[in-house]
Design a protein around this ligand. Structure first.
Ligand code: SAM
Ligand code: SF4
Length: 330
């Protein structure tokens, strides 16, 4: 097949696909959910397990090397194990982003799937703050599940959304979490999506966080992998690492290799793009998928979906036309 199809007009080759398995979730993180009722998709609008497999194989044949399963919460999808077993047959690096609460239920499938790295979202190491953010009392279960994954030898990245008021109190606790655990904490600058009450004064930039960390610790810069969204560091002598995902203060669009497939089968060429290409309807109507993918890749903007101001202080949330994060799939 023609892998040229995945190269955009800026020469970026898109070999990483993120597939959202559902837009439902068992948590209610306020920075991710839209205001108002959730209106989860009815099951006939979701890609079926066979459709997910078909699209994953289609993109793998085109040159995609890595597939991340996300959501909503991917582990609430009732066919999760079946989907994972099917995708594990493909010649791609398979990985997962999850809130971690159902890991214990799926641990055997995860081990058998050959997944080696999992991203767990955990925004606080304080049970009360965890509850305030997620509206769920599952802190202990998530922490136990993280330990379980570490014991299985998985590479664990912890995604913490960094919002000024919240993270300032916890930065040091998170760094201490890396002292004798092989965990890789990544602070994600708070991003704007429709209905998530974002404002620029809630963003704490990587530079600001690094100043706080640097005043307490001896920190060294580590080498970042190609296409990595995270700038990685390590406290000297600590087992784990820390990193910053600087989407707001210093975007990394020039090196972007990601495409996204939403749970209802729409292809997005950027997290912040408003345009979507309906692959699922095309597939169900036996239409040509190649030409749709070609149009989607061709239309990709050089940066930030063509609609976010690179100076985040000038972003107007009300002017953004996009899905909420839970409906895109992180
Ligand atoms: N439910 C899974 C989870 O929480 O890991 C997967 C989906 S979630 C939408 C994917 C990632 O997006 C999570 O790490 C979450 O913290 C992050 N996220 C959601 N909203 C965000 C926002 N407004 N800014 C930055 N990161 C956000
Ligand atoms: Fe659910 Fe993940 Fe969004 Fe939290 S961040 S509401 S766990 S999808």
């Amino acid at each position: 097949m023609n892998s040229q199809l995945l190269i955009d007009r800026f020469g970026r080759f898109h070999d990483y696909l993120r597939i959202s398995l559902t837009d439902s979730c068992n948590f209610r993180c306020f920075y991710c959910m839209p205001d108002g009722p959730l209106n989860a998709l009815p099951s006939q609008k979701l890609m079926s397990p066979n459709e997910i497999f078909h699209f994953a194989k289609f993109f793998s044949d085109l040159g995609v090397k890595k597939i991340r399963l996300t959501g909503g919460e991917p582990l609430v999808r009732k066919e999760f194990s079946h989907i994972l077993e099917m995708l594990a047959q493909l010649p791609v690096e398979l990985t997962l982003t999850t809130n971690g609460v159902l890991i214990d239920k799926h641990i055997d499938t995860l081990r058998k799937s050959g997944i080696q790295s999992i991203n767990i979202s955990l925004d606080s190491l304080n049970p009360e703050t965890f509850f305030k953010i997620t509206k769920r009392d599952d802190f202990d279960r998530v922490m136990k599940n993280i330990e379980m994954l570490i014991d299985c030898g998985m590479h664990i990245k912890i995604n913490a959304v960094a919002m000024r008021e919240l993270i300032e109190h916890e930065l040091i606790d998170f760094i201490e979490f890396t002292r004798d655990k092989p965990v890789h904490v990544r602070f994600i600058e708070f991003m704007p999506f429709s209905g998530n009450n974002w404002s620029s004064n809630k963003v704490i930039s990587a530079d600001q966080m690094m100043k706080l960390v640097g005043s307490e610790y001896d920190v060294v810069k580590l080498r970042d992998k190609p296409h990595s969204t995270a700038k990685k560091y390590k406290v000297v002598g600590y087992e784990g690492t820390l990193a910053f995902i600087t989407t707001m203060s210093e975007h990394f669009c020039g090196d972007c290799n990601r495409l996204r497939l939403t749970a209802d089968g729409k292809l997005k060429n950027c997290l912040f793009g408003k345009e979507e290409w309906d692959l699922l309807t095309a597939y169900r109507n036996n239409s040509d998928l190649m030409s749709i993918v070609e149009k989607c890749v061709e239309a990709k903007f050089d940066k930030l979906g063509g609609q976010l101001n690179p100076d985040f202080e000038k972003i107007d949330l009300d002017a953004i036309d996009n899905r909420s994060m839970i409906k895109i799939g992180g």
